[in-house]
Design a protein around this ligand. Structure first.
Ligand SMILES: Nc1nc2c(c(=O)[nH]1)N[C@H]1C(S)=C(S)[C@@H](COP(=O)(O)O)O[C@H]1N2
Ligand SMILES: [Mo]
Length: 439
């Protein structure tokens, strides 16, 4: 109550200024945390900090929403105050639209567990788009309103005021002046106005700053939007073309896979890794099943390719909000691998090891028995490239993709529950998409 009265006691201008600077600081922190969170390549360096950082980003977002709420009762008066300044009005509308868009999409991304993946996908696209537009704009805004530029402007205005004023048209006394005189002085005024270059130093600097920002951000923005709007998954073709794995012979696709019955994956995978992306060669690559099984097994690449494979079409959902639809995966159903190995009574969980030697995850035996849980070798009829976890990765379509271990090389049947790489760092062990059971 005290603080509320204190807040309201302050002058309108002071309150506006306070909100403006708070908004600037929160936006700066949101930008830093948001960008760090979105860089796939540094997930490993961040580790559990990632989860804390995400929480911080959410709190900051909530703070930003509270700030908007604080500003809302002031909008009408503020709007009237800046009636004469079109630029300021345009800026205000733009900034409010940005903040509202970020807030709405942010809340959806925050509450994703209660919403269908398609909402999440749209919210992420919007959140990213607003960031690509809004952050460069905020930087431009900060530069163009900086004290330094304002000083430049004041100096120029002072210099302008010192000049002798241009002749005024003599329309104030039309009776005294002849038609010709009026004509003459009006013409002079027009010429004088033309001599006054509209591009002052300050506005030149402002335009230059805008250009530098556009040139700096433009190409990256173009690449992002191309990927984001691409429904065909063109990036996957590039990953295949530049694949660092050398697995010979290549796996021969089954008819359903060769025909790509799913029509081809829709969307572009974001490449996630917590290590350097490993490369594999069929000379040394091995796959093993061990632990609480009657018949442990080791396969080299050629032997592994002889295991019976099936084809499935499924969606792939990452917990951070992106999805890939209609992937045609070909591989060995996990339950068949397990059945062949002879799971012992004591075994309760299935643990998965990545060839990156760091990433692991686990499923309960019940979850691992799902029909669509697959040890995948091909995507859309092509060998899975290194960047997407090839030569062999796990696919658990009904769970968030952190369960889908890339570069899978080892399966171990164990008795005690195992917490995977991200689960140890704060991810939910219950990874079901759109299901709130703990099975
Ligand atoms: N070995 C390994 N497997 C992994 C990850 C990883 O970092 N390392 N990331 C997981 C997460 S969170 C996701 S969303 C998917 C991403 O798969 P992609 O890189 O092929 O898009 O892989 C999962 N499997
Ligand atoms: Mo993920």
């Amino acid at each position: 109550m005290e603080s509320k009265r204190g807040w309201l006691k302050q002058s309108f201008g002071k309150r506006l200024n306070a909100i403006h600077s708070w908004n600037a600081w929160i936006l700066l922190l949101l930008t830093i945390t948001g960008i760090v969170l979105s860089i796939g390549a540094i997930r490993g360096e961040l580790g559990s900090i990632r989860v804390t950082l995400k929480q911080l980003h959410i709190y900051l977002g909530v703070a930003s929403i509270l700030l908007i709420a604080l500003y809302t009762p002031m909008i009408r008066k503020h709007w009237r105050q800046i009636r004469a300044r079109r630029n300021q009005r345009a800026n205000l509308v733009f900034v409010l639209a940005l903040l509202a868009g970020w807030a709405a999409s942010g809340v959806i991304l925050w509450q994703f567990r209660h919403l269908p993946p398609a909402w999440n996908n749209t919210a992420l696209l919007l959140h990213d788009l607003l960031t690509w537009v809004g952050v460069p704009y905020a930087v431009y805004h900060a530069i163009s309103r900086s004290r330094w530029l304002k000083r430049q402007q004041r100096l120029e205005q002072a210099a302008g005021a010192a000049k002798p004023p241009a002749a005024q048209p003599a329309e104030k006394d039309p009776v005294a002046a002849s038609e010709a005189t009026v004509e003459h002085s009006t013409a002079q005024a027009v010429i004088a106005a033309l001599k006054d270059s509209p591009i002052t130093r300050a506005s030149f600097l402002r335009i230059a700053a805008g250009l530098v920002i556009v040139i700096a951000v433009g190409p990256a923005f173009y690449r992002w939007i191309k990927g984001a709007l691409d429904n065909g998954g063109s990036a996957t073709a590039d990953y295949i073309a530049g694949d660092g794995n050398s697995m010979l012979p290549p796996p021969a696709p089954l008819p359903d896979s060769a025909a790509v019955v799913g029509g081809g994956a829709q969307g572009n995978f974001r490449i996630y890794t917590v290590t350097e992306i490993p490369a594999f060669s069929s000379d040394t690559w091995q796959f093993a099943i061990s632990g609480l099984v009657d018949k442990p097994g080791v396969w080299n690449w050629e032997e592994f390719l002889k295991l019976r494979r099936t084809v499935q079409v499924s969606n792939f959902h990452c917990v951070t909000g992106w999805s890939i639809y209609n992937c045609t995966w070909e591989g060995i159903p996990l339950k068949e691998l397990l059945a062949a190995a002879g799971v012992q009574k004591k075994a309760k969980y299935v643990k998965f090891y990545s060839g990156d030697k760091v990433y692991t995850d686990a499923l309960s035996l019940d979850q691992a028995g799902g029909d669509d849980v697959m040890v995948a070798v091909l995507l859309d009829g092509k060998p899975i490239p290194q960047k997407l976890g090839g030569p062999v990765r796990l696919i658990v379509p009904q769970m968030y993709a952190y369960k889908s271990v890339k570069w899978l090389q080892g399966i171990e049947l164990i008795e005690k529950e195992h917490m995977g790489y991200w689960e140890v760092r704060g991810y939910d062990n219950d990874a079901w998409v759109n299901r709130s059971n703990n099975a």
